[in-house]
Design a binder for this molecule. Structure first.
Ligand SMILES: [Zn+2]
Length: 472
């Protein structure tokens, strides 16, 4: 048992071996990493990684594929420690190997020993990521001959990166009475999750999202996205995580594989205002920094991403100015519904959209109010003039969120995702004019075509109770 690697006298861990040491900081804990090297050059796949806590020096684990004496002897016999091939030539060759018709960003280049057919070779390791796309990979070029040793293309579904997110926001994990200072959130608010980009990626970009900020540091360590919530890069991680998660839920779980807006760009912290929006022409979501930064509340991210969803399903509806309150209500519903099962602990927060984003100093956790609600019980007649107009009205959109939520409850206990499917499917079926009645009709039609009319009576009751005329 090794108590502390850095103070160890264990003969396997010579000072030479431990020359490459670095600290990885995370909000929860700092870790020390050591890499094996030979004459100052890291060994790429004969490496030794030892994790220990930086503060307590507690030993956490060793990942050892240590290069043994025979391996060291091999390197010694090659006798080459200086590359003959220039770095630029290796980069060019690597780009060709990854795909000559694409544009590549160079994330990192370093000299290393790569073990190839049991023999260590001096090599350039070039890490590349596609400039406007999702591909990335590592290419090893023989630094003496200029030939290609290996091309390791990565996809985000194979070994994924890791990082911190809120699930869906810090309130859900709070026992304390008073709301905490957003700058001093308890460690328990952060959840470690797989981040859906490749483990070798230093860019938050996959098939569904690309998250970046105008003024932010780059991601220092490939595959590690552990940030404090005050760091805008935490918001990039949240945006990519939740957009991907929602797309997989819609596409894979509910079967709406064509409700996919492609790679949505998230510009995280684009200004200091307390607002966010989706830009259809650019397929972009802008998240503002004001108040509680919108990126700290997953419901806000999911709401904006839902705008991309209805836009790809039904563009005429999405461009119709007098449908704004239906669409806002729909996006709140989607955000709340997909987050609902994360809210296991704090039941009192259910059906409130953006409860964390609505943070107010001095408020208590259980009394914290969301920005909008889903439990409103208005009748259509209370809000009819607003909901069918081009004026944005919270009361009208809350009415609609409430109707959709009632439908969700009415079909609960039937097939999982029944409510969400009917709400989404109606967007394919609805005809103009986009009225409450026509939405109701479209939901019933979708329920007939895809659920054989299961629970139709309960759904009709929801509309009747809200004063929405339905005729089929
Ligand atoms: Zn909106």
């Amino acid at each position: 048992m090794i108590e502390s690697i850095s103070e160890s006298t264990h003969s396997s861990y010579s000072p030479e071996l431990l020359r490459y040491q670095k600290t990885i900081e995370t909000p929860a804990e700092d870790y020390l990493f050591y890499r094996q090297s030979f004459r100052g050059i890291p060994v790429s796949n004969g490496w030794l990684r030892i994790d220990e806590s930086a503060s307590s020096k507690e030993f956490l684990g060793v990942h050892s594929r240590i290069l043994d004496d025979a391996g060291i002897g091999q390197i010694e016999s090659v006798g080459e420690f200086k590359p003959w091939v220039k770095e630029q030539a290796a980069v060019l060759k690597s780009k060709l190997a990854m795909g000559p018709t694409r544009q590549w960003d160079v994330l990192d280049t370093k000299l290393c020993y790569r073990i190839d057919k049991h023999k260590p070779k001096l090599a350039w390791k070039v890490q590349l990521a596609e400039s406007k796309g999702v591909r990335s990979g590592d290419v090893y070029i023989d630094a003496l001959r200029g030939t290609r040793i290996v091309v390791l293309k990565s996809t985000w579904s194979s070994p994924m990166a890791k990082g911190f997110v809120f699930r869906p926001n810090p309130l859900v994990h709070m026992d304390a009475d008073a709301l905490p200072d957003p700058k001093l959130l308890p460690t328990a608010s952060y959840i470690q999750v797989p981040i859906p980009v490749s483990r070798s990626s230093r860019v938050l970009r996959n098939d569904y999202a690309y998250a970046w900020s105008p003024n932010s540091e780059s991601h220092a360590t490939a595959g590690q996205f552990f940030y404090d919530a005050s760091d805008v890069r935490f918001g990039q991680t949240m945006a990519l995580y939740y957009a991907t998660w929602m797309q997989l839920y819609l596409g894979k779980t509910l079967g709406f594989s064509r409700a996919n807006p492609g790679q949505v760009e998230f510009i995280v912290g684009f200004n200091r205002e307390d607002n966010s929006y989706y830009d259809l022409a650019r397929n972009r979501v802008y998240l503002g920094l004001g108040g509680i930064p919108d990126f700290q509340d997953a419901e806000v991210i999911l709401h904006e991403y839902s705008h991309a969803i209805h836009s790809v399903i039904n563009q005429p509806l999405s461009l119709d100015k007098s449908s704004i309150n239906f669409l806002e209500g729909f996006c709140d519903y989607m955000a709340l519904s997909t987050c609902e099962h994360f809210k296991v602990k704090h039941g009192g927060l259910s059906q409130e959209f953006a409860a964390w984003d609505g943070w107010k100093s001095g408020r208590r956790v259980r009394d914290s109010l969301g920005i909008r609600r889903a439990d409103d019980d208005d009748l259509l007649s209370d809000t009819e003039n607003q909901i069918h107009s081009t004026d944005r009205s919270d009361r009208a959109s809350e009415f609609w969120t409430g109707v959709l939520w009632d439908l969700r409850e009415a079909v609960a206990g039937s097939k999982a995702g029944h409510g969400d499917s009917v709400v989404l499917g109606a967007l394919y079926k609805i005809d103009a004019p986009y009225t409450a009645s026509n939405f109701a009709k479209a939901m019933l039609l979708y329920n007939r075509s895809h659920y054989s009319g299961h629970k139709e009576k309960s759904i009709v009751e929801v509309f009747t109770r809200r004063g929405i005329p339905v005729g089929l």
